[in-house]
Design a protein around this ligand. Structure first.
Ligand code: ZN
Length: 475
């Protein structure tokens, strides 16, 4: 078994060789929990979910850590803005930790709806302050960081390899930092490891510098990934926008702490909305809760998973509708297979092998989901023509059903074990007319127990009946 993945650090596709045979350790940067997760989060976590599921399919036992950022991520991602959590907490007049709790829960609920498998551990930044302070102490004592006015900064001039992941020149780094030059830093590129907290700052911890402070954003990931996965682990992932400065900072800190860190870096590309960068300030922005109000969460998952994780995906009404239609086509075939296949028919693995091979060779090549989906749809066509024949082979049906369940279900996560059958509105109305007639019959016979039972049972499933002179209406 060999498969190749694109390592952002070397900018090349490389054979994946896990550190420990049969296992894979994976860290993906998690959300900053100050507002509802949006489509950009879906792009990241669905992409890595498919990767994780395929690693499992290939026989590797994954250990997956994804952090929760609940302190230290400042507005504007620079070292001077207000903490995103604190800002939100002030706006809604809540405890910052209550805000974090609310949005952590809502984030995972949205991910569950899309079938994203939860990480094995979701460590929180606020739960790992002593470890961060310990790392900061080490960086200071090895001369890589310095304390000034109660804050601590990483001295990037001490790490000649700083910026190696994003391949940024020194000039480019200066570009990005010019606006927020802070006098107390030695170089404008230096990044905060620890910030002095003003009196009254809600989220602060005891420190040996000015007495009270809070961590910078980049330290938590270096500390928490290595705490749970070891000083060296297999894959570190995240969105492309995190490459610089976040991931470059993580790498420099780990190097400074003498940790070998991640062997492979993987970055998913961005999601745009109708060709435009998603942005809260321009209103070009869709939360997952809003998206799910319009589309099946599995259609959103399908839409993201069907494009390559390293490609930009463009969200639009038409694209989502098309995804929903394609998904239904697959579901329809699988439903028919499950209905027609004799219950006791076991799969033999003899049929449709070429589709499994195509699927695997696509996924083995840096998780090329577009080709994998194409293989699945070619299988779909083949299976449908078989189902249209007079006497479909039971063994072939069992094999096809298994392929859909494994490749489409276990790996891509778009074919659930139970596919809800859809009743059209018209059909439902016809059924309801039968129920109403039945109830009227009971009432005419003065069997009120019977008529009440119909009304109550319908009420239990959310259908109410309204009687008027014109007859009975339902809603
Ligand atoms: Zn991170």
């Amino acid at each position: 078994m060999t498969f190749r993945l694109y390592n952002s650090l070397s900018d090349k596709k490389e054979d994946f060789v896990p550190l420990r045979e049969g296992q894979v350790t994976l860290y993906v940067c998690g959300p900053t929990v100050y507002s509802d997760s949006h489509l950009g989060h879906a792009k990241t976590y669905v992409s890595f979910d498919v990767i994780l599921r395929y690693l499992k399919y290939r026989g590797l036992k994954p250990f997956y850590v994804q952090n929760i950022t609940d302190v230290g991520h400042l507005v504007g991602d620079a070292d001077e803005g207000e903490d995103k959590l604190l800002k939100r907490a002030r706006e809604v007049e809540q405890e910052p930790m209550a805000v974090a709790e609310t949005y952590t829960t809502r984030h995972f609920q949205a991910m569950d709806q899309m079938g994203v498998i939860r990480p094995d551990i979701c460590p929180r930044a606020t739960g790992h302050i002593p470890e961060q302070l310990e790392a900061i102490e080490k960086l200071i004592s090895s001369g890589l960081a310095y304390e000034i006015n109660g804050s601590v900064y990483f001295d990037v001039s001490q790490d000649p390899k700083y910026g190696e992941l994003s391949n940024r020149s020194f000039e480019e780094m200066q570009e990005g930092t010019r606006v927020e030059v802070r006098q107390e830093k030695r170089n404008p590129q230096d990044f905060a490891l620890w910030k002095k907290a003003d009196p009254g700052h809600l989220m602060r911890w005891r420190d040996p510098y000015s007495g009270w402070g809070y961590p910078g954003w980049h330290t938590e990931c270096t500390v928490m990934s290595t705490r749970y996965l070891g000083d060296r682990f297999d894959i570190h992932g995240g969105g492309m926008d995190l490459k610089f400065p976040h991931h470059d900072c993580e790498i420099s800190q780990a190097r400074g702490l003498g940790k070998a860190f991640a062997n492979y870096w993987m970055h998913n590309n961005m999601l745009t909305i109708e060709g435009q960068k998603m942005s809260k300030s321009t209103g070009n922005f869709v939360t997952l809760i809003d998206a799910f109000g319009q589309y099946d969460p599995l259609a959103v998952r399908y839409f993201i998973a069907a494009s390559h994780y390293r490609s930009v995906v463009d969200y639009s009404e038409n694209a989502l509708k098309a995804a929903g239609t394609s998904l239904k086509r697959l579901h329809q075939t699988v439903r028919t297979l499950r209905e027609k296949k004799p219950l006791d028919q076991k799969p033999s693995g003899k049929w449709f092998k070429e589709f499994r091979n195509r699927f695997e060779s696509s996924m083995d090549d840096d998780f090329s989901t577009p080709q994998a989906f194409a293989a699945l749809f070619d299988l779909n066509r083949e299976v449908n023509s078989m189902l249209a024949s007079e006497d479909p082979n039971p063994e072939a049906m069992a094999d096809a059903e298994q392929l859909f369940s494994v490749l489409g279900g276990e790996v891509l996560g778009i074919i659930p074990e139970k596919i809800e059958s859809e009743i059209s509105d018209q059909r439902l109305n016809e059924v309801m007319q039968v129920m109403i007639e039945l109830r009227n019959q009971f009432r005419q016979n003065k069997d009120f127990k019977g008529s009440d039972m119909i009304r109550d049972r319908l009420g239990d499933i959310g259908i109410s009946l309204k009687d008027s002179k014109e007859g009975t209406q339902w809603e």
